[in-house]
Design a protein around this ligand. Structure first.
Ligand SMILES: CC(C)(COP(=O)(O)OP(=O)(O)OC[C@H]1O[C@@H](n2cnc3c(N)ncnc32)[C@H](O)[C@@H]1OP(=O)(O)O)[C@@H](O)C(=O)NCCC(=O)NCCS
Length: 375
């Protein structure tokens, strides 16, 4: 007889597999990337941390140069994908455009066999580089502007901002985005990563698996929350409105975007860094009100609901101060998480078994079939 184990709804508290990629310690608010504390990782560049995830260790200078060159050599995307982005920009939201554009990449990629780790790593590097080019093209197309070719002299983050804006940005701007990308790379078996792993477990190709991740990340309970946070701040408008807004929203049982977490029962360790960045950026651009409002919301949510801010909360006001349009925030999350998804897909395929749970059937079992003309 099969012994059924009935999981808690939403798979809460269920360990479904092992990973050596990241540890999320919910009670203590600790996040570890392959053995390194997130506070240490925040000192590294996105390229270094990608190397850690995809190659297993932090790189030496020579290894970093090689990895950086490999990423840069994959930045160009097929002009037909850029044409699609330009055509779709008026009608669709950035995450939906990204989903289709990444899917189109597979036509020109040598998709690796699940057993070929080196070829999978090449697919991962291509996806990280090209998704970032697509993301910048989406930002441009949304403003009715043509895509900008990548600049091989620039780092991953600086090049994304250059391709989005059509002009180089200063080091402070590039460093802020670089750190934000590092903070978003990986987070255990979060919804989109688990989705990507489950998809990869059928031995499909890496593009198909990351597309499943993009679809999952788009939702407002996951990556879509950062855009929802900024829309909420804009709806509140002024610091004086925060208290009354929250009182009404909670009375209406609204979920407040950017608060709560399935795993963290204390402050999200990524939020600490983003809060500092939000404050510094508010001061830098001379508009601290979004930070002030965020801080007041954080205080009230802790007091009234005992809920802490998560990664999406202070990233919203940071990106806003940097001049990034709110509907691009989840896309930025996706370009960082592409590194995490692809590392998880490689890990899944390195020791694969089809992910296929059971469901408890609650429907009827003995209905009588009636011919259509008698129904
Ligand atoms: C992240 C999230 C989906 C976790 O969900 P979960 O573990 O399934 O927790 P639940 O949604 O069941 O919430 C548990 C309780 O806390 C409340 N709660 C959780 N997050 C809340 C929020 N952001 N605002 C208001 N109440 C919230 C729920 O209403 C629920 O209360 P109840 O027991 O009285 O019904 C949830 O906290 C949420 O929706 N947050 C807002 C979206 C967000 O920021 N997502 C990004 C996560 S990084």
């Amino acid at each position: 007889m099969t012994q059924w184990i009935v999981a808690e709804k939403g798979l809460q508290n269920i360990v479904v597999d092992q990973t050596a990629l990241s540890l999320v310690e919910g009670q203590q608010g600790i996040l570890i990337y392959r053995g390194y504390h997130i506070d240490e990782m925040a000192k590294c560049s996105f390229e270094e941390v990608c190397h850690l995830f995809l190659c297993g260790s932090l790189p030496s200078s020579a290894e970093l140069d090689r990895f950086d060159s490999a990423l840069k050599s994959e930045r160009i995307v097929d002009s037909r994908v850029l044409e699609y982005i330009a055509a779709a920009a008026k009608a669709d939201v950035p995450m939906a455009i990204l989903r289709t554009a990444v899917s189109m990449l597979s036509a020109k990629m040598n998709l690796a066999d699940a057993s070929n780790a080196e070829a999978l790593r090449k697919n991962a590097i291509a996806l990280i580089a090209k998704t970032t080019t697509l993301a910048a093209a989406i930002a441009r197309a949304k403003k009715g502007q043509p895509a900008v070719q990548p600049d091989p002299a620039l780092s991953h983050a600086a090049n994304f901002l250059y391709m989005s804006r059509g002009e180089r940005v200063d080091e402070v701007v590039a460093k802020t985005l670089d750190t934000a990308l590092v903070l978003h790379i990986d987070h255990g078996f979060n919804a989109s990563t688990f989705t990507a792993r489950a998809t990869a477990s059928t031995l499909t190709d890496m593009v198909s698996a990351v597309l499943a991740g993009i679809g999952s990340l788009k939702g407002p309970l996951h990556g879509g929350a950062n855009t929802a946070v900024m829309n909420m701040l804009l709806e509140i408008g002024e610091p004086d409105n925060v208290d009354s807004f929250l009182e009404k929203a909670l009375a209406e049982k609204r979920k407040i975007p950017g608060f709560g977490h399935r795993v963290y029962k204390t402050l999200d360790p990524r939020a600490k860094h983003l809060k500092q960045m939000s404050e510094a950026w508010g001061k830098r651009v001379g508009e601290v009100k979004w930070f002030t409002m965020s801080q007041r919301l954080e205080e009230l949510m802790l007091e009234k609901k005992k809920l802490n801010a998560n990664v999406d909360f202070y990233s919203a006001s940071t990106y806003y101060a940097m001049g990034i349009p709110p509907d691009m925030y989840t896309v930025i999350f996706a370009i960082a998480r592409m590194a995490g998804w692809s590392a998880h897909i490689m890990e899944q395929l390195g020791n694969n078994r089809l992910i296929r749970p059971e469901a408890e059937y609650t429907g009827p079992k003995d209905l009588k079939w009636v011919p259509i003309e008698e129904r």
